[in-house]
Design a protein around this ligand. Sequence first.
Ligand code: ASP
Length: 444
Amino acid sequence: MGNIITAKFGGSSLADAQQFDKVKAIVEANKERRYIIPSAPGKRHTNDYKITDLLYICTSHVVNSIPFDDVYRIISERYLGIVEDLSKKHSQMNNLNIQGYLDEIKLKISNGASADYTASRGEYLNGLILSKLLDFEFIDAAELICFDRYGSFDPQSTHEKVSKRLVNCQRAVIPGFYGADSEGEIKTFSRGGSDITGSIIASEVKSSLYENWTDVSGFLMADPRIVENPNPIENITYRELRELSYMGATVLHEESVFPVRDADIPINIKNTNCPEDPGTYIVNDTSPIKRSGSITGIAGRKNFTVIAIEKTLLNVEIGFNRKLLSILEMNGVSFENMPSGIDSVSLVIEDIQIKNKLDGIIDEIKRQCKPDSIDIYPNMALIATVGRGMSKTKGIAGRIFTSLGKKNVNIKMINQGSSEINIIVGVETKEFETAIKAIYDEFV
Ligand code: ASP
């Protein structure tokens, strides 16, 4: 039957009836879109509620013996409103008794249903509505997505269930975010986990493409709050994505890339509100580089502290770094980077890691490592310039440093990963935005 596209629609794409209509038009525009994974309704505007957040509040109210009727009313009104508005245009919606489902769920929550069950109902109800609207079969994710008794995803059992159930089902809506364990108890992924469901289904049905529909037209080369109108990224590899998302550029749930990456299925991040925009393709790490000598994106994070240690003849002292790192280990602290010179070494550590521990760590370093000096630089930021087009190209680092120099940005630290797909610089937090703009302007 040709290619299969699995399409996941995020919460903002299904926040109200108007968004549902856009989704219907998108799905119907391409017959290859056969397996559709909805999230729960998200925010319609900045001050709105996400249905999943409200469902978690219901659980905590029940646990604390507080009535949850008021919260549940807001949830019910959202779904009833969506169905009522859709019914005006689509007669099939009149056959959906959403009130009946809402009553049944409310009863289960009052009887102490688990937090996972309650939270999952956001996707469940959205799945029922969307399947009716599209006239696709509704398949409860509890029938397909399996969890083991420790609450972890169980790929083997999922594979068995999906291959049996979907073999004769050409088109289906499968709610995201949850599944069930062998006892039939509902289990959820971590927050944002509908992305993971989409990725699992895409790989199980051997899709040619996994579309992830959201409210942005893919990844941008830099944060639009810092760089005005940054260019979109057309193409990014899984490894580049990992580097950029670690540095704060998040659109997708981190764990969601693995099933499709292993099955060599590209992901296309698309915008439900501008479906004609090409979006970003996330592709295999070995995909050919289109533009060598260029960068893919720039991202950064603030709130780091650098501990800079100096000691004469450090280069010939055996075990110095081991002592240093064991002090961090004893304190349960991990570090991000460890640039070193001949007689010096620095530790770059996230602030939340060393909160309340810094003084103890410094005392311990003085006692065990006997350095000549220790300096602390708080308020540091790291900026990563990422791109597979950088590898084996001369002059990229030079251009980054010159662009920063021209803007008077003082580079406190430099680190290049051995894979040559990123260069990280450390700068003072107050120069963070200037530095990102300078690098962007140099390359774009
Ligand atoms: N609705 C869930 C959440 O808000 C899962 C998702 O949207 O992907 O986390």
